[in-house]
Design a protein around this ligand. Sequence first.
Ligand code: GLU
Length: 480
Amino acid sequence: MNVRTRFAPSPTGPLHMGNARTALFNYLFAKKEGGVFVLRIEDTDKERSSPEWEKDLLENLHWLGLEWDEGEGKEGPYNPYRQSERTEIYKEYLQQLLEQGKAYYCFCSAEDLEAQRQDQLSRGVAPKYKGTCRELSKEEQEKQLQSGKSAIIRLLVPEKTITFKDLIRGEIRFDMGLVGDMVLAKDLETPLYNFTVVIDDYLMKITHVIRGEDHISNTPKQMVLEEALGFPHTIQYAHLPLILGEDRTKLSKRHGDNSVTRFRKEGYLPEAVVNFLALLGWNPGDEREIFSLENLVKEFSMEKVQKSGAVFNMQRLDWINGSYIRQKSPKNLAELAAPYLPGVSIDAIEKVIVLYKERLRKLSEIGELADFFFKEKLEYPKELLKWKQYSDKDIEKALQTVEQILSLIPEADWTKEVLGEILLKEAEKIGDRGYLLWPMRVALTGKQASPGPFEVAEVLGKEKALARIKSAISMVRSNT
Ligand code: GLU
């Protein structure tokens, strides 16, 4: 079989992690089977779709490395891949259904439909269109249309059971008697989602529809429509498990901003995001957790996708991201971290980032952690220099000792090893390492926590390090 999957986003908002997971699973399945991955833009909702969101979608898919074989921006045998450019195609099929009496115009007003719904709800029955306009003859429909009455187009839905075999959940049955005659289009030029999707999946020869569980109730509707259109039931369905927040409710905006752009801006690496998304519902069946996109293609199988909800665990994402960060070369990492330290050269960032590589969870952290390296003047409270019960005078003395020792070390020997050896020897003599090293480290960094004083001093260089010690000395001396 020539496997063909599709990712069919509606550009009505940013690409969020849930949709990115859908795109990824479609990509993985297609690639694993040597098939084709199609990107279709479902922009029939003209009011809510926007070019801005479409740009966000495309950019983030590229960033994740989920390149499509056919679709927006690429030629393909089933052009166009944007629904707003396919109106004429949909219209023909709508007309066909109307002519065959499989669809009909419904003239019920929105108020009548709402009243019907409320009445059904108050009686405790599932809301469903009663089929008032079903009985209208073609001539009557025509007459009402001519008179300018507004109408929508509905499908005549038979009262039967629809069964399909979901690749993840097994057999699923739906009683179509509960659904009622669904709306296909607002008019001939304005078809709705359930209709366009069926036409496009058929014409684009899609073999597998892989999408979120929230679409499961659309599947029988789409299958009934296939029957009405005379399309064979060849599509196989796989409904991916819901993504849950840490509180085990469906992941939504309430849990925070879940757009891919947010994670990108915070300095998560695309390979980490892909790896994390793959584990939202899939696992290799063993303990392994780190997978490149290439390896995922090799390992992926639909049988290993779970039915139950998958929890979006930020700690796991941080952990995965950290592990990709540690795999990068310092140079590469410096380039990736550059946006978080504006105005600082890549060479300078490279020297600094090695000090943090082991504990960074995301690249944006480097901005806050290491900004002190690049500042002209450090701002910090004088009290931070204090070690234990020592007085200002003692701290001043400690800093002076450090200054004297440092000024004697030639630039050529200015390495963390040499600095460490000499300063530690001195600290041993005094019998309290912190007495010398705490104020020294604070003087160099202005921070409560940072890498050790020798590492920092090495990266700063002799001149800058000494200048910072001196300014700390004048700070303790002053009475403010
Ligand atoms: N445009 C639909 C969505 O974004 C696609 C659903 C489907 O895959 O059929 O939810």
